[in-house]
Design a protein around this ligand. Structure first.
Ligand SMILES: C[S@@+](CC[C@H](N)C(=O)[O-])C[C@H]1O[C@@H](n2cnc3c(N)ncnc32)[C@H](O)[C@@H]1O
Length: 378
């Protein structure tokens, strides 16, 4: 979990320098980056246990004239230009370029027939009169309101459109659920590798603890062999409902089971039987949360971020429980905040767990940060 809102980047953990991802087609996400002003209170939004339908999945129940949509487009760009590099300078937030790209993505999700979008900015188009009706998946008034929230409240783009592109799928997200980060995709890559090498693991039972949107659980569910299953858990009611929705949308109900509860509690019945255990737990040191990028600190759930005083509370709990949860030969992969945390986790898993684990390794993310700790139960 790292955090910064730009489409080209994104695994920027706290204190680490910016870098570009090689996959620029991804939509933005955010980095846990410090910012100077941390006074804004968390934004309270009613959250419903029934997930909101993301824009792109909604029926085109509304419409606006081409000329009204042009007015929206030019107003939205005006707001984006008024930002300049203000957010970028204060907390590595989005700049005008990125916001302009977001307007394009927002319209792609909101408009039924996207073929007219390239003509929005031009004054002449023989085939499009200003009065032509364009079918929309959201009222024009709501579109204004959404873009205003993006700029004025720094509401994350993913919560505005209700989804995030992650690996080769699109996950629904909303307030109360962490927006999955690109570096977390690597956990699924590691599982894919291990499953291809270690016989039997692909047919076994896996657990993704703290599943949020269901990202890792779904990713693993899609690569396991016949007979392989994942139990994906979260203590948050909203996360459980969003993850359930995402699992159903991909038709993975037989492969991925969502359970609610705290860490090992909902998997008591399978303790000692797991072929694999993965988690991207909350790991941000508490005193760093007020300095995160506004999109993250003001809008993403504290429950998903706050790892206690030094960020290690939940990771320590996972380390303790994993020797009881994994069966012999079982694989684990934990995401951490980086260098110090991963060293601590690796140290615990290597030496302090009564030699329960072998081949404990620290693995780097795309930014070269020591992000993950992996290993096997003896
Ligand atoms: C950093 S987020 C990761 C979400 C998701 N796995 C991902 O990578 O996008 C941590 C998740 O842990 C969940 N969580 C926090 N405390 C928990 C607990 N005691 N038991 C289970 N899940 C918990 C949060 O609700 C959140 O969804």
């Amino acid at each position: 979990m790292t955090l910064c809102f730009t489409r080209t980047i994104h695994s920027l953990p706290f204190k680490h320098p910016r870098f570009s991802l090689s996959n620029p087609s991804k939509r933005p996400i955010s980095n846990f980056l410090p910012h100077s002003s941390s006074k804004s209170p968390p934004l309270l939004r009613p959250i419903s246990p029934k997930p909101h339908l993301p824009l792109f999945l909604r029926p085109p129940a509304s419409s606006a004239t081409f000329s009204d949509l042009q007015k929206f487009h030019s107003w939205a760009k005006g707001l984006a230009f008024s930002v300049g590099s203000k957010f970028l300078d204060s907390d590595n937030g989005p700049d005008t370029d990125l916001l302009c790209r977001e307007i394009k993505w927002l319209l792609e999700d909101a408009v039924d027939d996207t073929s007219m979008l390239p003509h929005l900015g031009s004054s002449q188009n023989p085939n499009l009169t200003g009065s032509k009706l364009i079918r929309l998946k959201v009222d024009l008034d709501d579109l204004y309101s959404l873009w205003n929230q993006r700029i004025e409240e720094r509401r994350p783009f993913q919560y505005i459109v209700g989804c995030e592109h992650w690996r080769d799928f699109v996950l629904c997200v909303e307030e109360g659920v962490l927006i999955p980060r690109p570096e977390t995709e690597m956990i699924v890559d590691m599982v894919e590798e291990v499953v291809s090498k270690e016989k039997g693991l692909g047919k076994g039972l896996w657990a993704d603890l703290g599943t949020g949107s269901g990202a890792i659980g779904i990713g693993i569910g899609r690569i396991l062999e016949e007979g392989g299953r994942v139990i994906a858990t979260d203590v948050s009611e909203v996360a459980v409902s969003v993850a359930t929705f995402n699992v159903q949308r991909y038709g993975l109900q037989d492969k991925v089971e969502i359970r609610q509860g705290s860490w090992f509690e909902p998997i008591e019945d399978v303790m000692g039987k797991l072929a694999g255990l993965v988690s991207n737990p909350p790991y941000i040191p508490r005193d760093q949360i007020p300095r995160l990028q506004a999109e993250v600190g003001k809008h993403e759930p504290r429950l998903a971020l706050d790892g206690g005083e030094n960020g290690m509370d939940e990771l320590l709990h996972l380390c303790e429980g994993s020797s009881f949860a994994l069966g012999s030969g079982g694989f684990f992969a934990f995401e951490t905040n980086g260098d110090e945390q991963s060293e601590l986790v690796a140290d615990i898993m290597t030496s302090k767990s009564e030699n329960s684990f072998r081949d404990v390794k620290i693995k780097t993310d795309m930014a070269g940060i020591h992000r993950f700790v992996t290993g096997f139960r003896r």
